[in-house]
Design a binder for this molecule. Sequence first.
Ligand code: NAD
Length: 366
Amino acid sequence: MKMNIVSIPGDGIGPEIVAEAKKVLEAAASHYGHEISFTDVLMGGCSIDAYGEPLTQETIDACKAADAVLMGSIGGDTTTSPWYKLPPEKRPEAGLLGIRKALGLFANLRPAYLYPELAQACPLRPDIVKDGFDMVIVRELTGGLYFGPRSTREEGGQLVATDTLVYSEAEIRRVAIRAFDIARKRRKLVTSVDKANVLDSSRLWRKTVEEVAKDYPDVTLKHQLVDSCAMQLVQNPGQFDVVLTENMFGDILSDEASMIAGSLGMLSSASLNETKFGLYEPSGGSAPDIAGKGIANPIATILSAAMMLRYSFDLDREADAVEEAVRQVLADGIRTGDIMPADVDLSSIRRVGTAEMGSEIAARIK
Ligand code: NAD
């Protein structure tokens, strides 16, 4: 297969971690007989420095012409960087919102997986996570409360603010289809999360998800209220496979799920549209505090690249190989600084930098 990938290294640690994800993708491609072409484009702070704006039409056009986009992270130190003296629409993060909108990325995927080797970084009690957990949160990204009409007005001598939570059947259906398709590649369980005991939008959500489920008789559908889901995530996270939810609930629940999975340097993410196209990036930011030191953990970006193989190219075997290589590296005791274990015997642990971690993973692609 020929893969045409645009990469947005971005700012801070972005270029360092993207270089390692490319290294691993090249290794997987060469092992399995595929061809990859990478085109680098600017976005975020580096684009402001070069062109005076965080996202140019050239970058949007290049992304639209690609099969998939691999992104590092964008932004700088928000207190010291001159980028944050610019008006909000000219700052690095405006590029991020702009690219998601321009590419119609309505489904955000955030896996939360507990590696046995990193279990001590999980803040939950060992008896709760003894069997581990492996879930993907599928969050609707372009509708709901964050995009509905809003206003603040004066009424009877005080300010009154309104936000509106709007969802159409079409918006719910397309993200539900995504979640069921993903469940088919996993353990075939979708937990749809809503607040159907209170909200009309949630009742429409539930009805529409049930309609979509009819086309997936091999996938089990469960419904859960968002408050109950928030509790279950920390009480019994092993019960979840694919968690499907609307924008705001997903924003909160995906952060909760990330926390129980441990280090930010391990958390991948993908944003998809209706086609096979997707934008793949680590969940963390540009980490200006460690940028340029060669110590950032590239694993989140490498796991995001594995998701790219799985969801944009349907290369499940290759994606499995990358994920297995990551597991193997951890089992072999190789760690970047952020995932160094505390309070254990370090004689079997080898601390490495960004590039060495990428090389060790690439070398384990089988
Ligand atoms: P951050 O995620 O960049 O960093 C938080 C902490 O986690 C830091 O101590 C950092 O060193 C550490 N960290 C993050 N990724 C790591 C990795 N791969 N390996 C090792 N350690 C890692 O969050 P922040 O400091 O709040 O934000 C920094 C900048 O990133 C800001 O400009 C912010 O707006 C931006 N940001 C961008 C994105 C994105 O590009 N999608 C997401 C979040 C934040």
